[in-house]
Design a protein around this ligand. Structure first.
Ligand code: S3P
Length: 165
């Protein structure tokens, strides 16, 4: 079963996931990158050509494909938008929620055209989305990791928890 990183856009899932995979000598899979490679187009193009619902279906299928594998997985921030995903991830003991202050997240993601749910969004719109997802992240997380900390500190926290579980 995969070790899964969840959390809002810009929380560091990819960076921390890669570092964690290096430490554990496991393969790292970023669901967004996997979807882009399979589709041969970017997330932004998928959203604009086929809509968010279509992307969510691809994301759900990608999650089901990779969850049983012995990998480190970074999910997209909207993985909790689908009830089925919450259900599946709830059964996975090794789901870590990376959480960072919304002010910092906004600086990192605002205006990022590769992120359709952040580009051209105001602070209050992003904050509303963040608040809506918080309880869902919390519900499925085995542990919340404060990713205001450095990448190394986050990796150490996750490793410590894994070694005690
Ligand atoms: C999304 C987050 C993105 C990506 C897509 C939608 C979201 O992933 O899946 O743009 O709705 O929060 P990151 O969290 O890696 O930016």
């Amino acid at each position: 079963m995969a070790i899964v990183l969840i959390g809002f856009m810009g929380a560091g899932k990819t960076t921390i996931g890669q570092a964690l995979a290096g430490r554990l000598n496991k393969r790292f899979v970023d669901l967004d990158t996997y979807i882009e490679q399979r589709e041969g187009r970017t997330i932004a193009t998928i959203f604009s050509a086929d809509g968010e619902d279509y992307f969510r279906q691809l994301e759900h299928e990608a999650l089901r494909t990779w969850l049983p594998e012995d990998i480190i997985m970074a999910t997209g921030g909207g993985i909790v938008e689908r009830e089925e995903n919450i259900h599946i991830l709830n059964q996975n003991a090794d789901t870590f929620w990376l959480n960072t202050d919304i002010e910092k997240l906004f600086v990192r993601i605002s205006g990022d055209l590769s992120r359709p749910n952040a580009a051209e969004h105001t602070f209050s719109q992003i904050k509303e989305l963040y608040n809506k997802r918080l309880s869902r992240y919390n519900e499925i997380a085995f542990m919340e990791v404060d990713s205001n900390k450095t990448v190394e500190e986050c990796v150490e926290l996750i490793l410590t928890h894994l070694s005690h579980s």
